[in-house]
Design a protein around this ligand. Sequence first.
Ligand SMILES: Cc1cc2nc3c(=O)[nH]c(=O)nc-3n(C[C@H](O)[C@H](O)[C@H](O)COP(=O)(O)O)c2cc1C
Length: 150
Amino acid sequence: MPSGALHRIVYMSTAVGVLRADELDRIYLRAKSANARAGITGLMLFYEGAFLQVIEGPAAGVMSLIERLRHDRRHAGLITLEAGPIEVRGFPDIPMHFVAARNLSAGEKQAFSDLRQAVSARSHTVGSPAPGADNGLWAFISSFNPLRMA
Ligand SMILES: Cc1cc2nc3c(=O)[nH]c(=O)nc-3n(C[C@H](O)[C@H](O)[C@H](O)COP(=O)(O)O)c2cc1C
């Protein structure tokens, strides 16, 4: 994997139109192989038309990916919940850990909906703090790490 300073971005976005399962699979499979090449790891959740994605890796690679994501027309309304340098990866071994809606527990679905609501409420408040700052974002995210490393 490429070395250098590590960076992480967590964002939420909304799928444009209805994404079919095969379209989601295509996004995931391409992401997985491209990320493996770029030394990027992370998590992608999809529930009720919304994505939550964590991307972490070499700063330049993460920045270039977020630019591509901002221009990807399969989703819109991308809101950054967290962005900055990290010491260690939350998902060290997984180019993109994808958890589709059918694999989310009832509690996880509820937590996802709550987070989405908090994010959209605050994104309408001028000067509000980063949406992820105080709502247990990382506790939720790290619960999806098979290794359970926070
Ligand atoms: C929700 C979502 C998540 C994505 N995640 C990744 C990812 O983790 N890695 C990646 O390389 N591309 C990902 N993509 C695809 C990129 O947006 C982009 O299409 C891809 O990097 C190819 O970019 P290019 O066509 O400009 O070369 C994702 C797309 C969507 C809609």
